[in-house]
Design a protein around this ligand. Sequence first.
Ligand SMILES: [Zn+2]
Length: 171
Amino acid sequence: MQLSAQPNPDLTYIKKVRALKAAVVISGDGTNEAAYVTAVRKEAKTSDAVNNFCKAAAVEAFKAYFTTKGQQRFGDRVNHFAPKVGVRITGIKIKDLGFRWASCGTSGVLNFHWACMMAPLKIIDYIVVHELCHLHQRNHSDRFWNEVDKVMPDYAERKEWLRKHGASLTL
Ligand SMILES: [Zn+2]
């Protein structure tokens, strides 16, 4: 008796992961719509391969990818904005910050959640500027928002995007 050919879930999984990664990279460059990334991510999430066979593996692969890619992308954006905000930082770390997008350590190290990498570049930039401004003002006072406004006059709409869509940036 011959075994029937089984579809290879690994191949499907790899294909989905590649599609998602490509979408995230494209979106991160600011040349694509966030809606596209969301669509691809949903597809990856609902595929049988990811859902039934190796969802945990897929999640781990995404996290690892976003963490590595995030180091580079956040590094670039922090270097771009730090002089504009007028601050110096000692380093950045990409990690799981639970319900926070970013945090600012006392030693001048900025931490960013790997999930930020699923947001469009405009939003990543807002998160970066927000955190850099905390080096001037460690609170959310009017003086803090004034610092943000100086560098990013349209920050309010980016902030609103994050408030509305932030919860959907999950694996
Ligand atoms: Zn804040």
